[in-house]
Structure formats: C-alpha cells, structure tokens
Design a protein around this ligand. Structure first.
Ligand code: IDP
Ligand code: MG
Length: 139
C-alpha cells in the first residue's frame, strides 16, 4: 500500500557545511510537511544497524564511519507520493549524475558524502522512521 510519508536525514557533510537551513527550506517549499524531526548523532553501532542492508557492499565501513562522524538531522516528511517525489527532489546518489537543482546536485560533495538520505520504498520509510521516532514524537 502506498503511503504519504518518507524518511530523510541531512547527513554529516551537509550539517558541517552549514546547509541545514537551505535544505529544510527546499524540502518545505517543495510541498513536504515535517511530521517529526530530531538533531542527533549516530553511534557507529547505530549507523551500522541503519545501513545493515549494505553490509556486504565495499563502501559499508566508509559509510558507517561517515554517518557517525558528526551530527545529523533526521526527519519524517509527509506529502502525497512522498517516497518517489522525495527521491526526485534529492537526485541521484552520485551528485555528478544528479539533475541540476536537486538537493544532491546543489549540496553534496561526492557519492559517499551526498548531503541527504531518502527512503527507497514505503516499507523502508516506515522502518527507518521508527528507527528514530516513537509514535508520540510524530505530529
Ligand atoms: P541512496 O542513498 O541514493 O539510496 P544507496 O545505494 O542506498 O544510495 O547507498 C546508501 C549510501 O551509501 C549512499 O547515499 C552513499 O552515502 C553511500 N554510497 C553509495 N554508493 C557509494 C560508493 O560507491 N562509494 C561510497 N559510498 C557510497
Ligand atoms: Mg538507498
């Protein structure tokens, strides 16, 4: 069943570069409503769990180190067709291949340090959202 929610993180590279405000502005002006939000830092254990699906990929260790290297903003976003529309808004994983004007084209450094996360399915959006937020923290 399609849902109207997705999960995002503003990753440590974009936080460190001072892009939190610009990225949230882009998200909100693109029609997404923030229903949950948290400024936090992942431990290596938590980052490893979050990205467990990638544990056999060659970049897994690098990814876990990067995602636990500094604070992130985690959020659940609501909009009709949220998962697909948000993937369009962030652009391709590799910013050199991302459409002009997308968040990754504007703010990502490279394929690893790529500014934002976006869920790839309704099922994963629900799993990832509940990784960070209790039901009572979603408005
Ligand atoms: P996605 O974030 O666009 O869904 P995935 O393939 O799910 O991309 O990969 C998860 C994350 O792993 C990426 O956002 C990026 O931070 C990192 N990553 C993906 N491919 C590479 C790579 O080739 N080298 C280094 N890091 C990568
Ligand atoms: Mg992915």
């Amino acid at each position: 069943m399609a849902t109207n929610r997705t999960f995002t993180m503003i990753k440590p590279d974009a936080v460190q570069s001072g892009y939190i405000g610009a990225i949230l502005e882009k998200i909100c002006s693109s029609g997404f409503r923030i229903v949950a939000m948290k400024y936090t830092r992942l431990s290596t254990e938590k980052a490893g769990q979050f990205y467990a699906v990638h544990s056999s990929r060659p970049f897994y260790g690098e990814l876990v180190d990067f995602m636990s290297s500094g604070p992130i903003v985690a959020a659940i976003l609501e909009k009709e067709n949220a998962v697909e529309d948000f993937r369009k808004l962030i652009g391709a994983t590799d910013p050199s291949k991302a459409e002009p004007g997308t968040i990754r084209a504007l703010y990502a450094r490279n394929v690893g340090e790529n500014a934002v996360h976006g869920s790839d399915s309704d099922e994963n959006a629900a799993i990832e959202g509940s990784f960070f937020f209790a039901g009572t923290d979603i408005f």
